[in-house]
Design a protein around this ligand. Structure first.
Ligand SMILES: Cc1cc2nc3c(=O)[nH]c(=O)nc-3n(C[C@H](O)[C@H](O)[C@H](O)COP(=O)(O)O)c2cc1C
Length: 160
């Protein structure tokens, strides 16, 4: 199984998690800044990772390079998404980036796996929630850093 993790990160949190995750699952972590179109397609599992910035927006490098994803042929591709966010300061747009990426890949024909429970988080609104579940893995290193390891471990078990 070949796994590509494509990430963007301003202050390093998502990057660190993506690199750790790649080691754990023998995958390739690729910064969206350096990604090639083939990085989205030449793998059996594609993992996308993006923090939320602004008021519910994608991280800037994702924003600037979004065409790579919007133009990728993801027909029947298995995709999983994780995002970092801050539920205390941004309870109305918590991990919105997960939902933004989800809508794009669904539109491109992908099959998204790795939905997770919203229990254990406190927020009021998120684009990442559909039918009461996050459409990916939500991580909050600002407020719940001690949950991160367990959340990642059970998510990886789920998606692999
Ligand atoms: C200016 C600013 C805006 C942010 N906006 C949001 C937001 O709308 N929703 C959210 O869940 N987190 C938001 N965050 C929190 C970041 O997503 C979070 O700190 C994340 O871990 C940063 O990841 P990075 O270190 O990989 O860049 C914001 C952070 C900053 C500094």
């Amino acid at each position: 199984m070949s796994i590509n993790i494509i990430f963007g990160s301003d202050s390093g949190c998502t990057k660190k998690i993506a690199l750790d995750m790649a080691k754990r699952i023998d995958g390739r972590a690729v910064n969206i800044l350096k990604a090639e179109p083939s990085d989205f397609t030449d793998c059996s599992l594609l993992i996308l990772a993006c923090p939320t910035y602004g008021d519910g927006e994608l991280q800037i490098d994702w924003e600037d390079n979004l065409a790579l994803l919007q133009e990728a042929n993801l027909d029947n591709k298995t995709v999983a998404i994780f995002g970092t966010g801050d539920q205390d300061i941004y309870p109305d747009s918590f991990v919105d980036a997960i939902g933004i990426l989800y809508d794009i890949v669904i539109e491109r024909g992908a099959k998204v796996i790795g939905f997770t429970d919203t229990a254990g988080y406190q927020f009021t609104r998120s684009l990442a929630v559909r039918d009461d579940h996050f459409v990916g893995l939500a991580l909050d290193e600002d407020n719940q850093p001690f949950e991160t390891d367990d959340r990642i471990a059970s998510w990886l078990k789920q998606i692999l």
